[in-house]
Design a protein. Structure first.
Length: 522
């Protein structure tokens, strides 16, 4: 009985323990499952957060890229618009100056026509005087007075013809000379010679200072008078400038208006003087005067009539030349400002066109070019890189090797520049130099492959000056700048291939003699 109970207890304990073990296992499994679920949920949440963050980062990057693209497109459009505006303004300025030039030409033609009418009236009056003398001669012949009187009449006719010739010559000079000083010099010399005077001068009036400045002086005191300034309030020239009336004084010692100061300064002795005002549109711009007849005789009324006629013609011509020069100077200033803007696209070429202009004009001094050719060369040198206005700055400032496509764009700039200038007749000759300044002497240049003498002389000189400036100035594609001596040697090495031998020889010679250039770039 006791044994049975013990067995029962053992069995009960075993059952309890078995149940406890089962329960413990169940609990352990339940805990494991809970922990596994918790871990799974944690991993799921972590993955979800990672996915959310990845999506957020992707969206941020996408937004940043979109903003960058928008900014790039906006900047590109702004640059394109700015370039278009720059080109439009440049073209507008050129057209505006062309219009101003056209108006100036129309005004100049009108003035020349007015001068021609004045000249025609003067000739008619002179012819009338000749006819009057002819009638008087015929009357004297009929009266049997063919002696000294007739001879004097014939001499008078010859003198009148000489004066008529003067008026014709002055008219021709007015139409052919564009430089003010040169024009006035020629008119003054012809007037002095025709009126048989010892000296002559043209004085222009400075309205602000109320002074007369010697624009031209002929005679033994010409050098001293070039820098002289006279008060418009004294002297015979001042009196004529104030009153606007021509005047003859055949004995200045008896005239209180005569100012002895000029004679004291120059050493010239004035005995007689004839002076006439230069009047344009009722405004006095100066005076013209002749002094001392060579033969010691007095100036006559006929002499004064000739001087007044010359003064009328010369005044119109002077005013016209001044207007022409003013327009020309304004045009040059505008062109220089425009070209400086183009040069500024590349910091390495800032001032390039101005330096090329200086070198080209310096080189031209040894080539005996005319004044007109020098003026054409100056405009061409200033404008030679005008075509670069349409070239992307990244190409111009690229320090590396250019692609064939980029070289093609660069090689088009002479043609582009020539096309920009084609509607301006005033720059037609300069346009040819702009077009051909990259031609080579051996025919391997661009844009047309011209060879030797077929290339305009100005373009050949411009090519040398352009190359010299490029070699002696910093460039992004070259490690160092060449010295003055090295650049000249490089020019000489390319004689007959890239450059005209005569032009290089003249250029090198003048550059070696010019110490300022050597000091500035060596």
């Amino acid at each position: 009985m006791v044994k049975a109970r013990a067995v029962a207890r053992v069995r009960a304990v075993a059952r309890v323990r078995a149940v406890a073990r089962v329960r413990a296992v169940a609990r352990a499994r339940a805990v494991a499952r809970v922990r596994a679920v918790a871990r799974a949920r944690t991993v799921a949440r972590a993955r979800a957060v990672a996915r959310t963050r990845a999506v957020a980062r992707a969206r941020t990057v996408a937004k940043a890229r979109a903003v960058t693209r928008v900014k790039a497109v906006t900047k590109a459009r702004a640059v394109t618009r700015a370039r278009a505006v720059t080109r439009a303004r440049a073209v507008a300025r050129i057209k505006a100056v062309a219009r101003i030039k056209a108006v100036a030409r129309i005004k100049a033609v009108a003035r020349i026509k007015a001068v021609a009418r004045i000249m025609a009236v003067a000739r008619i009056m002179a012819m009338a005087r000749i006819m009057d003398k002819a009638v008087d001669m015929e009357r004297m012949l009929n009266a049997g007075e063919r002696t000294e009187t007739a001879v004097l009449a014939e001499l008078g006719d010859r003198e009148t013809k000489t004066r008529l010739d003067l008026l014709c010559e002055v008219g021709k000079k007015v139409g052919s000379v564009s430089q003010l000083t040169q024009l006035v010099e020629q008119v003054t010399q012809m007037t002095q010679r025709t009126l048989n005077a010892s000296a002559s001068s043209v004085l222009l009036l400075d309205d602000q200072e109320r002074e007369l400045l010697f624009e031209v002086a002929e005679g033994q005191a010409r050098r001293q008078l070039r820098q002289a300034r006279l008060s418009a309030q004294c002297g015979i020239a001042g009196w004529v400038a104030r009153h606007g009336e021509p005047l003859i004084v055949n004995d200045v010692s008896k005239d209180k208006r005569f100012d002895k100061g000029v004679d004291a300064t120059t050493g010239f002795v004035t005995k007689s003087i004839m002076c006439a005002p230069l009047v344009v549109h009722r405004k006095i711009i100066g005076v013209i005067e002749v002094l001392n007849k060579v033969d010691g005789s007095d100036f006559s009324g006929q002499d004064l009539e000739v001087l007044v006629s010359v003064a009328a013609t010369a005044a119109m011509a002077i005013e016209n030349t001044k207007l022409h020069q003013t327009v020309l100077n304004a045009y040059k200033s505008m062109i220089k400002a425009l070209v400086a803007t183009i040069d500024a696209k590349d910091p390495h070429t800032r001032g390039h066109s101005q330096r090329v202009t200086e070198y080209a004009l310096l080189g031209a001094t040894a080539l005996s070019l005319s004044r007109e050719e020098l003026e054409v060369l100056e405009y061409a040198a200033i404008l030679h890189d005008m075509g670069k206005i349409g070239i992307d700055e990244r190409i111009l400032t690229n320090p590396g090797r250019l692609t064939s496509e980029e070289w093609g764009i660069i090689r088009r700039h002479p043609l582009t520049g020539a096309n920009i200038l084609k509607d301006i007749p005033f720059l037609e000759r300069a346009r040819r130099l702009v077009l051909h300044h990259h031609e080579r002497y051996d025919g391997n240049g661009y844009p047309h492959g011209l060879k030797g003498e077929d290339i305009p002389i100005g373009a050949r000189l411009l090519a040398v000056a352009d190359a010299y400036e490029a070699m002696t100035s910093p460039r992004p594609y070259r490690e160092r700048t060449l010295t003055h001596k090295e650049a000249l040697e490089e020019l000489e090495r390319n004689i007959g291939t890239q450059f005209d031998p005569d032009v290089v020889e003249s250029f090198v010679d003048i550059m070696k003699k010019n110490s300022l250039v050597e000091a500035g770039v060596a």
